[in-house]
Ligand binder design. Structure first.
Ligand code: PHE
Length: 339
C-alpha cells in the first residue's frame, strides 16, 4: 500500500520535469504502459491475500485514474507550449521592405537593329538571315571578289578551314537570297560579322545590316531616296545624305554614304572633324556579275545594295565613344538604355 502511494509522487515529479511531448510520453509509458509500474502492481495481485485484494484493486485503480488525469493535463499544456514555440519560430515581419526586382532592357545593339528593321520594313523590306559560318563562295567569289583580292587576306578574315570562314560581311546573304528568290527583291539582312580588327571603333565581332533591292528600273535615285528616309527616321528630321564615289567588288558604281553630322547638324564640329558629314555606310548598284552569278538577267533587272555597321549607327545615335562598351556588359552603361 505504501509503495503505491509513492508511485503517484514519483510520477508527478518526473512528469513535471518533462521538456517535450516525446519525453512526457515516455514517462507516461513508464507508469501506465503495458510494462509500466501501475500495470506491474495489478499483475502482483496474485501474491496478495484474497481478502485484501478488493481494497488493493480499488487503490490501484484510483492511482491509475489519478495518473491518467495528471498526464492528460500535462499533455494538454505541453501541446500548447509547443504550438506557441512553433508559431514564434515562423513569425514573419510584414513591415520588412521587399527585395527589389531589377528590370532588364534591350541591349543597345538589339534596340538599334529593331529600329533599323522597323524603318525598312515600313518601306516593304523583308528580313532574311544568313549563316555566320560561310564558305569562300558566298562571302567572296560570288560577290565578284576574286581569289587574289586583298579582302581575302588572312589578316582580315578568320578562316576555319581552307574553304570555311567566319563571314566578314552580311553581303553573303545577298547571294543566298537571290539563289532562292526571283526579283522583285527587297531584303534586309542583319547579323554578326567577324574581322581581325581591334581598336576604339573596330571590334573583331560586330553587327551589320545589309539591304538589297532588285527589280526592273531600279536606280541610284531609289537608293538615295531610301537612305534619306532612313537618316531622317534614325537621326533627325533634318538629316541629309551625301554619296561619294568608292569601290566595292560587288557594286558598280559604288559609293560611301555620309549623313549630315549627328552632333552639329552639319555646321562642323570635332565629331565630324569640321566637315559637317559622317560616313555611315557603303552602297552601290549591284554589279552585273553578281546578278549573273545568281541567275538574274542584268539586262532585265538592276538593283542596289547597302551595308552598314549597327555599332556605328548606335554610337552616332546614342553618343557612345568606345565600341567595347557594347560587349563589356557594364550594367551602368546598359541601364542608360532602359525605357
Ligand atoms: N559589305 C560591305 C562592307 O562590309 C558594305 C557594302 C554592302 C557595300 C553592300 C556595298 C553594298 O564594307
Amino acid at each position: 500500500m505504501e509503495a503505491t502511494e509513492n508511485i503517484v509522487l514519483e510520477a508527478q515529479e518526473e512528469a513535471q520535469g518533462a521538456e517535450s511531448s516525446r519525453a512526457l510520453y515516455e514517462i507516461k509509458m513508464k507508469f501506465l504502459g503495458r510494462t509500466g509500474k501501475v500495470t506491474a502492481l495489478l499483475k502482483g495481485m496474485r501474491e496478495i491475500p484474497a481478502n485484501e485484494r478488493p481494497a488493493f484493486g480499488k487503490k490501484v485503480n484510483d492511482i491509475r485514474e489519478k495518473l491518467e488525469a495528471l498526464f492528460a493535463a500535462l499533455e494538454e499544456r505541453m501541446k500548447e507550449k509547443e504550438l506557441a514555440e512553433k508559431l514564434a519560430g515562423e513569425e514573419i515581419d510584414v513591415t520588412m521592405p521587399a527585395r527589389r526586382h531589377q528590370k532588364g532592357a534591350l541591349h543597345p545593339i538589339t534596340r538599334t537593329k529593331s529600329e533599323l528593321i522597323d524603318i525598312f520594313a515600313g518601306m516593304g523590306f523583308e528580313v532574311f538571315e544568313g549563316p555566320e559560318i560561310e564558305n569562300e563562295y558566298y562571302n567572296f567569289t560570288a560577290l565578284n571578289t576574286p581569289a587574289d583580292h586583298p579582302a581575302r587576306d588572312m589578316q582580315d578574315t578568320f578562316y576555319i578551314t581552307e574553304e570555311f570562314l567566319l563571314r566578314t560581311q552580311t553581303s553573303a546573304g545577298q547571294i543566298r537570297l537571290m539563289e532562292k528568290k526571283k526579283p522583285p527583291i527587297k531584303m534586309l539582312s542583319p547579323g554578326k560579322v567577324f574581322r581581325s580588327d581591334d581598336d576604339a571603333t573596330h571590334s573583331p565581332m560586330f553587327h551589320q545590316m545589309e539591304g538589297l533591292v532588285v527589280d526592273k528600273n531600279i536606280t541610284m535615285c531609289d537608293l538615295q531616296g531610301m537612305l534619306n528616309e532612313f537618316a531622317r527616321t534614325m537621326f533627325a528630321e533634318s538629316s541629309k545624305t551625301r554619296l561619294r564615289p568608292s569601290y566595292f567588288p560587288f557594286t558598280e558604281p559604288s559609293v560611301e554614304v555620309d549623313v549630315s553630322c549627328t552632333a552639329c547638324g552639319g555646321k562642323g564640329c570635332s565629331l565630324c572633324k569640321g566637315t559637317g558629314w559622317i560616313e555611315v555606310l557603303g552602297a552601290g548598284m549591284v554589279n552585273r556579275h553578281v546578278l549573273e552569278n545568281c541567275g538574274v538577267d542584268p539586262d532585265e533587272y538592276t538593283g542596289f545594295a547597302f551595308g552598314m555597321g549597327i555599332e556605328r549607327i548606335a554610337m552616332l545615335k546614342y553618343g557612345i565613344n568606345h565600341i567595347r562598351s557594347f560587349t563589356e556588359n557594364d550594367v551602368r552603361f546598359l541601364e542608360e538604355f532602359k525605357d
